[in-house]
Write a protein that binds this ligand. Structure first.
Ligand code: OSB
Ligand code: MG
Length: 384
């Protein structure tokens, strides 16, 4: 099976026709800032989709947009545009055999992956509600708890980073991901590895390194890291492959893995040995399932990444992370790590054993607190 053709996996079908779709822009206050090689996130404007089926069933989805196009081309504005002008008008009022068929209708459009994901989520939530079965079951996942790591932004000092890691490990997080950039890499990572023996540690370069410049790779390779996530730009697949051939440490694809086809090409080139499956970046759950299935055939381990989603978006990530190919800890930390209030109530938390339970409730997996959604809403648009 090719990763570029939607996986011919047996998924429960349930007819869907979207009668009305509301797209809401939310301005969420952050209780912490998040610095990566791409820049610093200080505010989160996320987009929430509330879709109502012709049968009256409601499904919620999240399009976890970025403020500026540094991580990918998708921004909050482009996501709003794509949902309200392209995607929702295209699928509204049409009959589909299920969410995957609905998502296939807009795959002809290039890009706008975050928007595509948000709409597909709402469709899956409707399917899950109609079938009265959790998303996990619809995707064919078996795990009921997801080992969870934390992603640590760049800090003013190493001491501040070490203190934060200590606090998170005490809460249960079972893997440390440290954001790195030139000047904040080997020195920092070697201190982290020394301070927390036995805990898996990885670095995430967020494309911040220039492949034409010498990098800290040989020294970094001595640290026994779990993996090195995306040190070079997304399209630097040849350079990533060259780097991977010199390292024992597995390179993990994030910004490169924008579509199933690009992911397959990168793996064929040897640009990495692990894939971060981030449904928002890959343009939805269907393409994410296709990448999962392809990687499983190749024996390439995958894990579920995140885009600082609220509980609504995290519900889908937790569900997909229950599939058997997801063998490494996920970036699905609780929304309370970033936001004063989650949009779902009750929210979810990490357990002492380092896992988060996969929701067994139909829909996005959690009870959406509509009052809170409205409280943070800055703009709304309704189809039809
Ligand atoms: O590179 O994985 C990344 C957040 C925004 C953009 C890119 C990345 C991240 C994270 C956060 O690392 C992961 C999370 O959602 O907890
Ligand atoms: Mg990353």
């Amino acid at each position: 099976m090719s990763a570029t053709t939607a996986a011919a996996r047996a998924m429960p079908q349930v007819p869907i026709r979207l009668a009305s779709v509301e797209v809401m822009a939310l301005d969420l206050p952050m209780i912490t800032t998040f610095q990566t090689a791409h820049g610093t996130t200080t505010r989160k404007r996320t987009i929430i989709v509330r879709a109502q089926d012709a049968d009256g069933v409601v499904g919620w989805g999240e399009a976890p947009a970025s403020e500026v196009p540094l991580y990918s081309a998708d921004t909050y504005e482009s996501t709003w545009y794509a949902l309200t002008r392209l995607l929702v008008p295209l699928v509204s009022g049409r009959d589909f055999a299920g969410p995957a068929e609905l998502a296939a209708a807009y795959q002809k459009y290039q890009g706008y992956n975050v928007a595509k994901h948000g709409l597909e989520c709402a469709a899956w939530a409707i399917a899950s509600e109609k079938l009265r079965r959790p998303l996990r079951e619809l995707f064919g996942g078996e795990k009921t708890a997801i080992p969870t790591g934390e992603s640590f932004g760049i800090q003013p000092t190493v001491e501040a980073l070490l203190a934060e890691i200590e606090e998170r490990l005490a809460q249960g997080f079972c893997r440390i991901k440290v954001k790195i950039q030139p000047g904040w890499d080997v020195g920092v990572l070697s201190k982290v590895v020394a301070a927390f023996p036995g805990v898996p540690v990885m670095g995430d370069g967020n494309t911040g390194y220039d492949p034409a410049q010498p990098g800290p790779w040989e020294e970094l390779d001595q640290l026994g890291l779990l993996m090195l996530e995306q040190p070079f730009p997304g399209d630097a697949m040849v350079e990533l492959a060259e780097l991977q051939s010199r390292l024992r440490t597995p390179v993990c694809l994030d910004e490169t893995a924008l579509t199933p086809g690009l992911t397959a090409a990168a793996l064929r080139l040897g640009a990495g040995r692990i894939v971060n499956i981030k449904p928002g970046r890959l343009g939805g759950l269907t393409p994410s399932l296709a990448v999962h299935d392809h990687c499983r055939e190749l024996g390439v381990p995958v894990w579920c990444g995140g885009l600082l989603e609220t509980g609504i978006g995290r519900g889908f990530n937790l569900a997909i992370a229950s599939l058997p190919g997801f063998t490494l800890p996920a970036d699905v930390s609780p929304a309370r790590m970033f936001y004063a209030e989650d949009l779902v109530d009750p929210t979810f938390d990490i357990r002492e054993d380092g896992t988060i339970p996969v929701p067994e409730q139909p829909g996005c997996g959690f009870e959406v607190d509509e009052r809170r959604v409205r409280k943070y809403q800055s703009e709304a648009w309704t189809s039809g």
